[in-house]
Write a protein that binds this ligand. Sequence first.
Ligand code: UD1
Length: 422
Amino acid sequence: MEELIIRGGRRLRGELQVQGAKNSVLPILAATLLANGVVTLRNCPRLRDVETSVKILRALGCTASWDGDALTVDTSAFRDCAISDALTREMRSSVIFLGAILARCGQAACSMPGGCQLGPRPIDLHLSGLRAMGAEICERGETLRCDGCRLRGTDITLSTPSVGATENLMLAACGADGVSVISNAAREPEIVDLAQFLNACGGDVRGAGSSTVTVAGRRETHGCAYRVMPDRIAAATYLCAAASAGGDIYLRGARARDLGAVLAALRESGCDAAPDSDGIALRTPPRLKAIGPVRTAPYPGFPTDAQSVLMAALLKADGATVFEENLFESRYRHVGELRRMGADIRVFGRVAVVNGVTDLRGASVECTDLRGGAALCVAALAADGETHVSALRHLDRGYEDIRRDLSRLGADIVRVTDCESV
Ligand code: UD1
């Protein structure tokens, strides 16, 4: 069994380069199926969900190879249009391949991605949008079979601005005859990154970043070289880590325009956040103060993915902070683990109230999910004594190397396997 051992109490100092965005590169990897040529993705993060996407591409007949942080994908030998049950289960967002495979070959099959640690995660909007484009979808038990033959462009209005559904429908629309208009589309920066990638390959996607995305299908496409955007949630994690431990850090590559709600919260807590054209500097006060209610919402609201790490940063703040989680049902699973470290948090349905305490203590805790696990690391940096963080498979899905990054900033953190340092 592997664990991180973190000894709290050290201020963070120094500079860190932010990894490429997980939530951007996953749909872009699916989108490589639509490029008629070789694609090279730079700033591609090396993490488990990316490896799973690469496995899916290889299982479909494509080739992929790494050179440093560049991943080159050649989809010319694509031959299969079904994703195995095992790969669908490994990563929920494998469902994003559905739209791309349908656009490429007119049919697709995969397993139904079940609920996961965050509560039920339906894909009804993905499926109804694909059906509106003319796909025939048969849901039999745990299996989904889609027959698109010829998808046709159409107008689709999402009842909620789902990130995954917007991406899936953008991909399918690229292979449809005519123009598709997606209304109430998600506006997340990762949607903009996907659109820019598709356009770099010769696609015609307009309006990404607004609530209306228009896609003209069946364009002549080609390969391209593309740089993946920086990961705003990894950036938020390290900003919150510094806010928790205290410190003075510079995150190279972090884009303030993607992090407006997070920076506003950190500033309200007393941090000095100074963005420039290359990154963001953060300096913290001796003690953070509690802030007004943090309500998660679709972009540009406060990101649900940063809720847990901000909560962890505010555990020792002066006063009480109220959180309201509005995206996912079970997104407070880290709370029980934080309590083991001495946190004072009460949960009432979708609301959590954090009363700042003066001390946290090291404890043995377990990652409950990806961002919940990051929150445990953030809290451990401000705790007295040693914290042992286990179930690292969750962290490995989304962070290239959280141990490396935090230790670059001066944290006392090691990763051990059966008590041996690795
Ligand atoms: C993506 C991100 C995830 C982030 C989330 C919200 C990736 C790989 N993951 O997940 O990190 O937390 O956006 O910012 O990019 N919904 C439906 N029906 C659907 C689809 C979604 O009801 O068909 C609901 C969900 O239950 C949820 C809300 O819409 O309440 C938002 O989910 P969505 O934006 O789709 O999240 P994901 O794309 O799964």
